[in-house]
Design a protein around this ligand. Sequence first.
Ligand code: F6P
Length: 321
Amino acid sequence: IRKIGVLTSGGDAPGMNAAIRAVVRTAKYYDVDVVGIRKGYAGLIGGEIKEMHSRDVSNVLNLGGTILHTARCPEMMTDEGLDKAAAIYKILGLDALVVIGGDGSYRGLAELVKRGVNGVGIPATIDLDMKGTEYTIGFDTAVNTGMDALNKLRDTSNSHERCSVVEVMGRDAGYIAVWCGMCGGAEEVMFPEEKENINSDRVIQQILENRSIGKRHNLVVVAEGVGGTQKLAQDIQEITGIQTRATILGHLQRGGSPTATDRMHASMMGYHAVKAILEGRENIAVAYNRGRYEILDLLESLQMDKELDPEIYDVIKILSI
Ligand code: F6P
């Protein structure tokens, strides 16, 4: 192994820089050349590539975002784009392409593997919705950001005896919502995995019951994938008579200095990715399961199970009486 490429792809996640740093420095430690590819697959196709050395990743461990920049790349949905990306990989003489990104980035990488690329995935998304791994880089920071927001909203909604409806990120998954709900002490959480049980009547009913047991304010967390946050706040106010305010946290949760947990996992995953490449492993995904780092087959990892534990919601309800 003489030369590897590294890129970040899809939505950025705090801790991506820690992973880039770990990939670059582990490779340099073992005398492997590294090129950084800007703006994800778009930069690969566009040839936005530069050599990276240990000093290029100084002072980035603590930074949110990604120093390599990122993009969502529609060209990776076409045969032409995929062929071009694979051709550039070969022209660059890369022995592996390390992709730090989420589910969509892994699926793009799987297509490149079919075209002869040695693809190596490091899981990074604030949403946590990646198969085969219990942990994804960025989730912990995003949840902490959401929890801080809930703490602040609790102050004001308690003072005014109001209800606060807070929308957190999570396009198809409720991990951020239920974690924020639990850690921020929410009375109710609405998340996509509930499917047919997603029901604003239930939330309103709960708020009325809470009033009857002496609760003076309510926090309701809604996952972005459920949506309808403003409307829910209006309905709560109209039906219960309790003043209600909606807050949509949006991209706030994607930024910020990564937590210790994100820095730790990102650093270890970056290290394990390069070690596995040096050991001759091909087409792999780094994962963290049951307290250990694992090297999975990339294509198999995409087929693995992943489910939000419904017990978390049950416990939120028990603890909010
Ligand atoms: O996948 C991470 C995520 O932050 C989702 O929670 C959200 O739905 C999406 O990205 C937003 O994407 P974009 O930044 O492209 O608008």
